[in-house]
Design a protein around this ligand. Structure first.
Ligand code: IVH
Length: 667
């Protein structure tokens, strides 16, 4: 086959496969079966392998996801991502309608939509191709999750038609369909992992996974509901969204134009029950002013538009008998009482268990075994007990006695006056706590062990290959290969990842140890103040409190952690494995004035940590700034630089330099 033939065939395969994707994932009406689809995909894959020059990030083969992503790069949103004010009643909807009419001085129409319960995403398209996907983050800047989003089949990589603007952003909600959610939780439970509490958490967690191959398997989906850009085809929300559907986006077919508040109310009433037959969770509706001119007139509040509101449906309730109570131990030792209920129908599912929160809540409502209790289903998949029908209380009922010992390990429970939950203090000997600690240790923000996620950590623990975090460092490849579905390659990757993690900074390690109340920031502050673990262990609580952000509670917790023999034994074994128990010593003294008066913004990854680069800039008299503005002198561009910073710098004519150039400037 000549390259020209190959190119033509590749083009037609891509068009055909994307058409099938669209039918299957957006329209939900496939015109062919999996067999045909797989055959086309295989042919395309083979051609791309034989003619690498034909590979393209926009090819449907790239949806499968291949590489392990490094940490997500944070990118500033071009337009901030706002949230919505909530309303809960007909009166509040009337009030919103009155407000809109008064402020705009006219009768105007609304678009009512369902409020999908997932995680917000902002997609950028340039010349009809998906170029970037950002999470909401803090509304100002979000994580670049493009590689993961590319695996979602209902999100077009290339748009259909040719009447889309050269550049625009489209926003929506990534969600996990209920069927995928249930399947995922069954799998997780079988592997000894904590199931996700609800589809929203599952969607958000999945989107932040480092391995997009794994993301591709989880069946995420996405509804788009908001479009932004300079040259949109229409001046009404509804018309533009309908147009977006023609370009290939999955836009909810249940959007509806409403002329006034009574039409809004009938939309809300209709969907109060009908929404339960949808394949995904919804927690309300959104009412938007349709006309952009009116939207502009109404303007924005600090965090939300004045031209839209959310309407939240009330949680559903049911009554049933409380049969017994289990006490679950979480990874930090916190105890959660869980009610076993006589099965009852609630929001389309049968409920048998519900959370009782903590001892105070039980006491407050005087909840007793044998009582008829009121169960509510809010946003969480696990319903909660919110009250008791005391009229139905059996005559022989007795007040509940909260346990005083841990149901898992028998240790005496502790209850701090300042905290709602009891907890088990037996950190080193209580099984669910040990597993939780290991999962925390390997996690991305902690030791970030390549190849060992929460799942693998649980697998290693449940198969008895590790009993604590120190055991990780004496694991052998052959041991790992005894596990189900673990080949030599995966085992090697795990061993390499663990070996590499020995280089993780002391601040990461300190956070990874999982000392109660010592979060990432506190760990950094402690490292800045004390430089080594020995110094921290030797410090008295008063000395610890000299560090930034360390108060009595944290200081006491640190002291308690290092007074525990079992913890010290683990630390000694980690020392033997040669992990970093000291801060890298970086000179803080002034080195030169070469960057005096210059403002530098850094973005992307460098040969050393970003903190080190920042320190270097300061040591040579420069100033670090967080966002590119007309006052910025240099944008220091690292690997995987945030595209919006780059673009802004270009627009403003800010000089863009590389790490090598910076080093030259100061040498
Ligand atoms: S519009 C400026 N429409 O709800 C308006 N949001 O509480 C931006 N959401 O952050 C949002 N369904 O993640 C809009 N049909 C819908 C929505 C929706 C779900 C989410 C979205 C937003 C949050 C606000």
């Amino acid at each position: 086959m000549t390259e020209l033939d190959a190119r033509q065939r590749v083009d037609s395969l891509r068009t055909e496969i994307e058409r099938l994707n669209y039918e299957y994932y957006v329209l939900n009406s496939p015109s062919t079966d999996d067999f045909v689809y797989d055959k086309l995909m295989r042919e395309l894959n083979e051609l791309e392998q034989s003619f690498p020059e034909l590979q393209s990030p926009h090819s449907p083969t790239m949806r499968v996801g291949s590489d392990i992503l490094s940490e997500f790069v944070q990118v500033k949103h071009r337009y901030p991502m706002l949230s919505l004010e909530n309303t809960y009643s007909k009166e509040e909807i009337d009030e919103f309608d009155r407000f809109v009419r008064k402020e705009s001085g006219q009768q105007c129409s609304y678009v009512c939509e369902l409020k999908f319960d997932g995680t917000a995403i902002s997609l950028t398209y340039r010349h009809g191709a998906l170029t970037q996907a950002l999470t909401r983050g803090d509304g100002e800047q979000g994580d670049d999750v493009t590689a993961n989003v590319r695996t979602i089949r209902s999100i077009p990589l290339i748009l259909k038609g040719n009447d889309y603007p050269d550049e625009f952003e489209i926003r929506g909600e990534i969600f996990m369909p209920l069927t995928s959610f249930e399947r995922l939780n069954v799998e997780r439970t079988a592997k000894g992992l904590t199931p996700f509490a609800n589809p929203r958490n599952a969607a958000a967690g999945t989107l932040k996974m480092l391995d997009s191959t794994e993301v591709a398997k989880r069946g995420l989906d996405c509804f788009l509901y908001f479009i932004l850009g300079e040259s949109l085809p229409f001046d009404k929300h509804f018309d533009n969204m309908s147009k977006a559907a023609e370009w290939g986006f999955k836009v909810s077919p249940n959007m509806q134009i409403c002329a006034d508040s009574s039409q809004i109310m009938s939309f809300l009433n209709r969907w109060e029950s009908e929404r339960r037959s949808l394949p995904c969770d919804t927690d309300g509706a959104v009412i938007k002013v349709n006309d952009y001119a009116v939207q502009r007139k109404l303007g924005l509040r600090a965090k939300s538009p004045r031209w839209a509101v959310a309407y939240k449906y009330k949680a559903e309730q049911a009554r049933t008998v409380l049969v017994s109570i289990d006490y679950q131990v979480g990874r930090t030792g916190a105890i959660t009482p869980v009610a076993n209920l006589a099965p009852v129908q609630l929001g389309g599912t049968t409920v048998k268990r519900a959370s009782l929160h903590n001892a105070e809540q039980i006491e407050l409502h005087d909840i007793r075994v044998g009582d008829t209790v009121i169960v509510e289903k809010g946003g969480e998949i696990i319903p909660k007990v919110t009250g008791v029908d005391t009229e139905l209380r059996p005559a022989d009922s007795q007040a509940l006695v909260y346990p005083s010992t841990c149901p898992e390990c028998g240790a005496r429970l502790i209850k701090e006056p300042s905290e709602a939950k009891h907890y088990c203090p037996n950190e080193a000997g209580c099984r669910p706590q040990i597993q939780g600690k290991i999962e925390h240790f390997v996690s991305r923000r902690a030791m970030n062990i390549d190849g060992v996620g929460e799942e693998t950590a649980a697998l290693l623990f449940n198969n008895g290959l590790i009993r604590d975090v120190a055991d990780l460092y004496s694991l052998r490849k052959e041991q790992i290969m005894t596990l189900d579905r673990m080949g030599e390659r995966s085992a090697e990757r795990i061993i390499d990842g663990i070996a590499q993690s020995k280089q993780a900074s002391f601040a990461r390690l300190l956070y990874a140890l999982g000392i109660r109340y010592v979060g990432e920031t506190t760990a950094k502050k402690l490292v800045e103040a004390f430089h080594s673990l020995d110094a921290i262990i030797a410090a008295q609580p008063e000395e610890l409190m000299q560090a930034d952000e360390v108060g009595q509670r944290i200081a006491d917790s640190i002291k308690a952690h290092f007074s525990d023999e079992a913890n010290l034994r683990i630390i000694n074994r980690l020392r033997e494995a040669e992990l970093q128990f000291e801060a890298e010593t970086l000179p803080t003294s002034k080195l030169s004035d070469r960057l005096a008066g210059l403002s530098v913004v850094i973005s992307g990854n460098f040969s050393v940590s970003r903190d080190e680069i920042k320190q270097l800039i300061e040591q040579h008299g420069g100033r670090n700034a967080s966002g590119v503005s007309s006052k910025t002198d240099y944008l220091l561009a690292g690997d995987k630089i945030g595209p919006s910073k780059l673009q802004k710098a270009k627009q403003l004519g800010v000089k863009i330099i590389t790490e090598a150039q910076l080093r030259e400037m100061i040498s």
